[in-house]
Design a protein around this ligand. Structure first.
Ligand code: ADP
Ligand code: MG
Length: 746
C-alpha cells in the first residue's frame, strides 16, 4: 500500500469525532493519506536545555529557579511578574491574564520552562511560556552551571514536555495538542505497512529512511538528526516524482513532435529538445532573443497588422519577437505551449491580444484568463476598445455576472458569436461551452495555484496555450515547472519610460511624503496608497497590531485630514466586485485621484496617469510584491515616484531588503536578491513558492536536492523510458496507483 492509497475517510481514525472531521475538512483534509501528509510547519525543540543567557530566536527550553513574585501595575490591571534565574542569567516572566500562576511558580523551586524570550526595558522577559516542575538539584556538582544540559531521560518519559514536537497549521476548532494526538493515532493505526515509493537503489545510495519511518519521524522525531533525515527523505521523494513527471512529459512531447516538426518546419525545435537537460543536469536555455528579430521575417497576419497600425505607438522589439514565436507555434501542427515572460509594464497584454487575433483569423475562438475580476475587467475593456473596431466580438465572463446576462453570453460562446472571451477562472467552469476554442491565454499565471492545464485545455481540441508572467522565475524553478515549455522573454520596456524614482522614508517623516504627493496631484497626476491591512485589527495572538496603519482608516484620514477636497477611494478584497469595478473605472478615468488599497492593486492594474506609489509598512511586503506594486506607476511618459515608508524600528535585515528596491529596477535581479536574503534553511513550508504547490519540498530552498532528483529521474527515464526494469517497477506502480498530487499550475 502506498501512502496516497490510504483513501479511507478521516473518520476511521481512533478518537476522531464529527467536530474534528469538520475542522479537518476546512483544511482540505478528508482521508487518512491527507492527515499523514499534513506536515508540521515547524518543530519545537524541547529536548535540550538552553541557558537563559544563550536564548535565541524562537522558543527555548530552560531550567530555572524562581527568585520571587511581584505584582506590577500594567495599564489598568495588576499583572504578576515572576523573577527567575538559572546561573547564566536572570529573567522575568510576565504573566498577563494568568494571576493563578502565583500559586504554581513558587520561590526557591526549580522548573523546566519552555518559552520565547526577548530583551525589553533592559531585562530578559518572557510572556509566552509553558512550564513543568523540575526536581531539586541532587548534588552541588549537578548545579545548573554546566551547560548545555539535556533533560534527564527519566524525567519526562513519554511526556510531551521534553520532546521535539511538531507544530501544525491549524483551522478553527483544533489545538496543537489535539492535532498531535490525532497524528499519533493515525500513525499508529496506518503507517507501519506503508510501502516505499522510491526505488531501493536510491534509498540505499543516499542512506534514506523507509517510507513508514520517514513519515513517523517527520511528525515525531526522536532527535534532531532523525528529523533531518526524515526531511531529506521526504523532500527527495517529492522532487524525484516531480522530475519523473516533468521528464515523462518532455519525453512525450519529444516523441510526438520532434520528427514531424523538423520535417515540416526545419527551423523549429520543440522545447523538449532545446530546453532539454544535458547529462550534467544543466539546461540549454531557449528564449526569443529580441536582438535576433532583425533576421526574422515578420509574420504578422492581416488582422494583427490592422491592430498594430491603429496603435499610437510602435511595438517594442521584444513584443515583435514574442508575436513572431507565437505565430510560428500557432501555424505548426502541434499545440503551442509557450511561456511569455516580461517585466511589469513590458506590454504583455498587447501581445496576448495579437495572439488572440491570430486564433480569430483561423476562424476559432480565444480565451484570456486573468487572476482577479479587477484585472479581467480591465483587460476586457482594453480588448473592447482595441479589437471591436476591427469587427471582433469580445465578451467578459466572470463568476459574478447575473444569470440572465450570463445565459445569453454562454449561448453566444457556444454558437461562436463571440470571438474572444476574457474573464477569471469562470471561463473554464463546467457549464461553459465553446464552439471552437483554439487558444487559451493565462495572464499572471503564477497566481493560479490550482489551475490544471489539462482541465483548461480540455475546453477545446488541441488547444494552444500561452502563459504570461511578470514575476521572474528563478532558473531552477523555471526548469522544473516549465521544463517542457517554450519560453519567450520580453526584455525591453516601451521607449520613453523613465525609471521610477524610489525613496525610503520613515513613518515619522510621513508628512514629507504626503507633501510631495500633494504637489503631484496639483499637476493633475494620481496616486496609490497601499497598506498591509484592510481594516484596523485590535490584537492578533500575542502581538498587538494596532500600531499598523490599515487601508480603511487611512482612506478616511487621507481624505479628511491630509488631502481634503481630493477625491479618494478605497479598494480591497472584501469590497463587492461590482463596486470594485466602479471604483477602478473612476480611478482609471481620472475622476478619483487617490486610490487607497491593499495588495489587490499588485497585479496588472494599468493607469498610466498615476505617478505616485506610496507603500506604507513597506517592510511587511515581500520584495517581489514591492516590485509588482512599484510597477503600477511609471507606465506613462512622465516621471513617477515610489515611496517605501517603513516603521521607525526597522531591523538591519529589513533595511537591507528595502535597499534592494532602491538599487534595482530589474525584476529578475530583485527576485535573485530576494532569494539571497531569504537564504536557505527557511522554516519548512512557510515560504512555498507560488508556482508549485508541493507538500514539503520547496524547489527554491531545496535547489540542490532538486537538481540531484532531476539527474536521477532523467537518467532513469533515459535508460528505461517505459519503466520496465525490475528496479523501476515501483515508480511505474506509484504513477499508476497513487500519482502524487503535484499542483504545478500546468
Ligand atoms: P504588463 O506586461 O505588465 O502586463 P501592460 O500590458 O499592462 O504590461 O502594458 C503596460 C502599458 O504599456 C499599457 O498602458 C500599454 O498600453 C502600454 N504599452 C504596451 N506596449 C507598448 C509599446 N510598444 N509602446 C508604448 N506603450 C506600450
Ligand atoms: Mg499584465
Amino acid at each position: 500500500m502506498f501512502l496516497r492509497e490510504l483513501s479511507v475517510s478521516a473518520g476511521n481514525v481512533k478518537g476522531i469525532g464529527p467536530a474534528t472531521i469538520k475542522s479537518l475538512a476546512k483544511m482540505g483534509i478528508y482521508n487518512v493519506a491527507q492527515i499523514l501528509c499534513h506536515y508540521p510547519r515547524d518543530w519545537e525543540n524541547r529536548s535540550r536545555i538552553v541557558p537563559l543567557a544563550d536564548f535565541d530566536k524562537g522558543k527555548v527550553c530552560t531550567l530555572v529557579t524562581v527568585i520571587r513574585n511581584e505584582w506590577r501595575q500594567f495599564g489598568k490591571t495588576k499583572t504578576l511578574k515572576v523573577h527567575i534565574e538559572d546561573g547564566s542569567s536572570r529573567a522575568a516572566l510576565v504573566c498577563f491574564n494568568r494571576p493563578f500562576l502565583e500559586k504554581q511558580l513558587i520561590p526557591g523551586q526549580r522548573y523546566y520552562l519552555f518559552g520565547t524570550f526577548s530583551y525589553k526595558y533592559g531585562e530578559l522577559q518572557s510572556s509566552s511560556f509553558e512550564f513543568e516542575a523540575a526536581p531539586p538539584p541532587q548534588t552541588a556538582a549537578s548545579e545548573n552551571k554546566t551547560f548545555p544540559q539535556t533533560v534527564p531521560e527519566n524525567s519526562g518519559g513519554e511526556k510531551d514536555f521534553f520532546r521535539i514536537l511538531p507544530v501544525y497549521p491549524l483551522s478553527a476548532g483544533l489545538t496543537q495538542n489535539y492535532m498531535r494526538a490525532l497524528m499519533r493515532n493515525t500513525l499508529r493505526q496506518y503507517a507501519a505497512p506503508l510501502e516505499n515509493e522510491l526505488p531501493e537503489t536510491l534509498i540505499k545510495r543516499d542512506g534514506l529512511l523507509s517510507k513508514a519511518r520517514a513519515l513517523a519521524a517527520l511528525h515525531f522525531p526522536a532527535n534532531i538528526e532523525q528529523l533531518e533525515l526524515a526531511k531529506k527523505t521526504c523532500i527527495y521523494e517529492e522532487l524525484f516524482y516531480l522530475e519523473i513527471i516533468v521528464g515523462k512529459r518532455a519525453l512525450e512531447r519529444k516523441n510526438t513532435s520532434s520528427a514531424a516538426v523538423s520535417a515540416v518546419y526545419p527551423g523549429r525545435q520543440s522545447a523538449a529538445q532545446t530546453n532539454a537537460v544535458n547529462a550534467a543536469g544543466q539546461v540549454v536555455e531557449h528564449a526569443a532573443e529580441h536582438a535576433v528579430i532583425g533576421k526574422r521575417e515578420k509574420n504578422f497576419t492581416a488582422l494583427q497588422q490592422r491592430l498594430i497600425e491603429r496603435l499610437p505607438f510602435k511595438l517594442t522589439s521584444g513584443q515583435e519577437a514574442a508575436v513572431f514565436d507565437i505565430n510560428q507555434d500557432m501555424d505548426s501542427p502541434y499545440p503551442m505551449a509557450r511561456l511569455l515572460q516580461g517585466d511589469v509594464g513590458s506590454g504583455k497584454t498587447l501581445v496576448s491580444f495579437l495572439a488572440a487575433l491570430k486564433a480569430v483569423e483561423k476562424g476559432t475562438q480565444a480565451a484570456i484568463m486573468a487572476p482577479t475580476e479587477l484585472l479581467a475587467h480591465q483587460h476586457a475593456e482594453n480588448a473592447a476598445r482595441l479589437l471591436e473596431p476591427l469587427g471582433i466580438h469580445v465578451a467578459f465572463l466572470t463568476g459574478n455576472i447575473k444569470t440572465s446576462g450570463r445565459s445569453q453570453l454562454l449561448k453566444s460562446l457556444a454558437s461562436g458569436d463571440i470571438d474572444i472571451v476574457l474573464g477569471t477562472h469562470a471561463l473554464f467552469s463546467k457549464n461553459v461551452v465553446y464552439k471552437n476554442l483554439s487558444l487559451v491565454i493565462i495572464d499572471e499565471q503564477h497566481r493560479f495555484g490550482v489551475t490544471q492545464r489539462q482541465a483548461i485545455l480540455a475546453k477545446g481540441e488541441q488547444c494552444d496555450l500561452l502563459m504570461m508572467s511578470a514575476t521572474p522565475i528563478p532558473r531552477t524553478l523555471a526548469l522544473t515547472v516549465f521544463g517542457d515549455m517554450d519560453v519567450s522573454v520580453i526584455k525591453d520596456l516601451p521607449p520613453g519610460r523613465k525609471p521610477i524614482e524610489t525613496h525610503l522614508a520613515k513613518v515619522s517623516n510621513e508628512k514629507k511624503v504626503y507633501d510631495f504627493v500633494r504637489l503631484e496631484l496639483a499637476k493633475g497626476r494620481q496616486a496609490y496608497f497601499v497598506y498591509p491591512l484592510i481594516e484596523a485589527v485590535e490584537t492578533e495572538g500575542e502581538l498587538p497590531l494596532s500600531f499598523l496603519k490599515d487601508a480603511e482608516s487611512m482612506a478616511e484620514r487621507l481624505a479628511k485630514e491630509v488631502f481634503p477636497g481630493v477625491k479618494t477611494a478605497l479598494v480591497h478584497s472584501k469590497i463587492a466586485e461590482e463596486q470594485k469595478k466602479q471604483i477602478m473605472e473612476s480611478f482609471r478615468k481620472g475622476d478619483t485621484k487617490i486610490l487607497v488599497a491593499t495588495s489587490v492593486v499588485e497585479v496588472g492594474v494599468d493607469v498610466p496617469n498615476a505617478s505616485c506609489m506610496v507603500i506604507e509598512h513597506a517592510e511587511r511586503f515581500g520584495l517581489s510584491a514591492l516590485h509588482q506594486l512599484r510597477g503600477r506607476v511609471g507606465r506613462g511618459g512622465g516621471q513617477s515616484f515610489c515611496f517605501l515608508v517603513y516603521s521607525d524600528e526597522l531591523t538591519e535585515d529589513g533595511k537591507q531588503r528595502l535597499k534592494v528596491m532602491l538599487e534595482n529596477h530589474d525584476g529578475f535581479v530583485i527576485a535573485e536578491e530576494d532569494l539571497k536574503l531569504r537564504g536557505p534553511g527557511q522554516i519548512m513550508g512557510t515560504e512555498q513558492s507560488g508556482y508549485l504547490k508541493l507538500g514539503i519540498a520547496d524547489p527554491v530552498r531545496d535547489a540542490v536536492c532538486l537538481s540531484r532528483a532531476r539527474e536521477d529521474a532523467f537518467a532513469i527515464l533515459e535508460q528505461d523510458p517505459a519503466l520496465l526494469l525490475p528496479e523501476h517497477l515501483v515508480i511505474d506502480s506509484v504513477l499508476r496507483r497513487a500519482p502524487p498530487f503535484l499542483d504545478t499550475g500546468l
